[in-house]
Design a protein. Sequence first.
Length: 88
Amino acid sequence: MKKAQIRDMALLAGAVALVVFLLNAPEETTHRIPADDTHAPYYEMIRKDGKKAAEKHCEECHNAQGVPFPAGHPAKARCLLCHKIVDQ
Ligand code: HEC
Ligand code: HEC
């Protein structure tokens, strides 16, 4: 193989690796906050008072006694940094 061909293959492999990496990024795979009646008040709150005000309320339901977190759930301090609202 010529040097230029090897370089082209390396570039292609790099591009493929980048796409795979981006598709695996947490933001793309983490479940969004459902746009249902339960969560409607928090959508409203996010719009009016911002994310920090809204996410204070998440753990009123999302706790061990209520809606439990899946095993191995990451640090829960800032729900809305990971769980996005449904596009709007
Ligand atoms: C009044 C109780 C309540 C509050 C407060 C609440 N949730 Fe929920 N949440 C639920 C219930 C019940 C479910 C499961 C049924 C459903 O999808 O509505 C759920 C499901 C979810 C799911 C899983 C969606 C899926 O695809 O499986 C996410 C993510 C979520 N909530 C995030 C949040 C965040 C972030 C907040 C704070 C802004 C929040 N919730 C506040 C009750 C609540
Ligand atoms: C550092 C990122 C991060 C933060 C912060 C975070 N989560 Fe999660 N959460 C995840 C990941 C990753 C999963 C597993 C993938 C999935 O199912 O969305 C998950 C799963 C969940 C699920 C289950 C979704 C399902 O359908 O099984 C709920 C409910 C949930 N998180 C609620 C919350 C709440 C409420 C908070 C804030 C108290 C919070 N999360 C903070 C990353 C995060």
